[in-house]
Design a protein around this ligand. Structure first.
Ligand SMILES: C[S@@+](CC[C@H](N)C(=O)[O-])C[C@H]1O[C@@H](n2cnc3c(N)ncnc32)[C@H](O)[C@@H]1O
Length: 196
């Protein structure tokens, strides 16, 4: 069986449109087989978007592993002044993210990147529901390499379930970042890592 993070054109397509409300914003998202959370907004992603201190944020944001696009598109819809970049390794996800940006009438930068390969600017924030199924090693690489793509004082906001090692990630990141727990909801931890 193909995983959502692989590029497999053989996975048959069945696009579905979902109406989603996040923090009083009405959004529509097309999803498909072969992408993460094809049944609609993931609960971890919702918890992330409803708990980050969005009113205090400004500047540029990287949505790492954008999938069909809920994070970057929501953030841009919430505040048109954000400069948003959205990356993913999966082509079908990227195509859906493009369609969804048009559907929700937002202008964002969407491009293919394996890890940070094609990321050439530094951001104020990285906001992500990171790929976990690829294993702890890749997750740690995403979080540790983020430093090179954040401005001084930049922050990563990410979500991880307790069963996926939320507590140990928080502990392990303490050597590298200032670590803050933003919220816990039904086992999902929203964590902030701040560059010293
Ligand atoms: C947990 S999903 C989150 C998707 C979307 N942001 C959401 O919240 O619904 C993680 C995403 O990371 C992408 N991904 C996996 N490995 C990657 C890599 N090496 N570089 C970039 N993106 C990757 C997957 O294709 C997937 O879309």
């Amino acid at each position: 069986m193909a995983h959502y993070f692989e590029n497999d054109d053989k996975v048959k397509t069945n696009e579905m449109t979902h109406q989603v409300k996040i923090r009083n914003l009405d959004l529509s998202f097309i999803t498909d087989h072969g992408v993460f959370s094809k049944k609609g907004l993931d609960f971890g992603t919702r918890t992330l978007l409803e708990s980050i201190p969005i009113e205090q944020m400004n500047g540029s944001i990287l949505d790492f592993g954008c999938g069909y696009g809920p994070i970057g598109i929501f953030l841009k819809k919430y505040n048109q002044n954000f400069l948003i970049h959205m990356i993913d390794i999966n082509k079908r996800s990227l195509n859906l993210a493009l369609k969804n940006a048009i559907l929700n009438d937002v202008v964002v930068n969407i491009y293919e990147s394996d890890m940070y390969q094609n990321v050439s600017t530094k951001f104020d924030y990285i906001v992500t529901n990171p790929p976990i199924r690829v294993g702890k090693k890749i997750l740690y690489e995403i979080l540790l390499q983020a430093k090179k793509h954040l401005k001084v004082g930049g922050k990563i906001y990410f979500v991880i379930h307790k069963d996926q090692g939320a507590k140990s990630v928080m502990k392990d990141m303490k050597n590298e970042y200032e670590v803050t727990l933003i919220t816990k909801n039904k086992g999902f931890y929203v964590i902030c890592l701040k560059v010293h």
